[in-house]
Design a protein around this ligand. Structure first.
Ligand code: GRG
Length: 297
């Protein structure tokens, strides 16, 4: 794996995760068929798999077995997809397009979309709690706790609550940062930490990786805000310009496009500096950072 160029490595992990999700999600012909089909529709065949990539990159660094990382990657992706399906529903962002295809409530119906999110969320914890996934039960519980905290009211769901309450409001830069560190950043940070704790990583390295995860979580959102402004719907695979249309505060609306771009550069530089301070090969994490930044140029 280490000799592969980044695009090759990324495609390899993406393929691996697709295959793992394909085999771990309930088959579409198992009852209740419609729910299982909708879960597969939402999860398979799309997305950049950024959280799985981070878990694999941090996991390779920690010497974690690939089979364990695969399950962690699937759990992260199940939580992420659940959040997208619920976020797209009429009671939240009300969107019709995701990953280049109709959103789940459009393709199926609202009740099914709600259940797809619910079922994917519990599927994530079911996967992570599999016997023999870890040799060390305490490490397994830690992994489960990392994902639970990142997803709940003090993580992603909390950030989403602030996001919904902020429509039409003017937020300060600090308030916007607080919202995004939770809504988008928490799961990205957890992906890094779950990869790192899936193997052997000392406390000092974990602290640095945690800081790295915080930087790229925010970086991801700043880039997402820029893309929402500058990219088109076909490129994004989701409706472009949604934030401005919904009167949502974003880094672009608060700082302007060029300052938002500067901020992205600063966050990427901080992420790289954090990696450089580690006495180990962090090549893949550095490459993922560059990949995230490159999306808006
Ligand atoms: C409903 C509890 C709950 C939370 C929703 C993350 C989130 C919270 C909503 C998604 C809305 C959104 C567009 C957030 C901006 C950043 C983001 C998470 C974009 C989508 O993630 P990508 O780009 O998507 O990783 P793919 O499709 O590549 O997996």
């Amino acid at each position: 794996m280490s000799e592969m160029k980044f695009p090759e490595w990324m495609a390899d992990v993406q393929r691996r995760v697709e295959h793992a999700l394909e085999s771990r999600l309930p088959a579409g012909n198992i009852a209740p068929e419609r729910l299982h089909q909708a879960m597969r529709y939402a999860t398979l065949g799309g997305g950049k798999r950024v959280r799985p990539l981070l878990a694999f990159a941090a996991g390779e660094l920690s010497g974690a077995p690939a089979a364990r990382l695969e399950v962690i990657a699937c759990a992260l992706e199940c939580i992420h997809v659940y959040s997208l399906v619920h976020d797209d529903m009429p009671c939240m962002d009300d969107d019709v397009l995701r990953r280049g295809k109709p959103t789940v409530h459009v393709q199926y119906d609202e009740a099914t979309a709600l259940l797809v999110g619910d079922a994917l969320q519990t599927q994530a914890f079911d996967l992570l709690s599999a016997p023999q996934l870890f040799e060390d039960t305490a490490a397994q519980v830690k992994s489960i706790a990392l994902l639970a905290r990142a997803s709940g009211s003090r993580g992603m769901a909390g950030g989403q609550a602030i996001d919904l309450a902020s429509v039409g409001q003017s937020l300060s830069r600090e308030e916007l940062e607080f919202m995004h560190i939770h809504k988008t950043g928490a799961l990205i940070r957890a992906a890094v930490m779950m990869g790192a704790t899936a193997g052997n990583t000392d406390e000092a390295t974990l602290a640095k990786l945690d800081h790295f995860g915080k930087c790229i979580g925010l970086l991801f959102q700043v880039v997402d805000d820029i893309l929402d402004e500058v990219a088109d719907t076909a490129t994004l695979g989701k409706t472009a310009g949604k934030d401005a249309a919904n009167d949502k505060p974003t880094y672009v609306s608060i700082l302007g496009l060029s300052k938002a771009r500067e901020l992205a550069k600063e966050l990427a530089a901080e992420a790289h500096a954090t990696l450089t301070a580690l006495n180990t090969s962090t090549r893949r994490l550095a490459e993922i950072t560059d990949y995230i930044v490159s999306r808006h140029f």
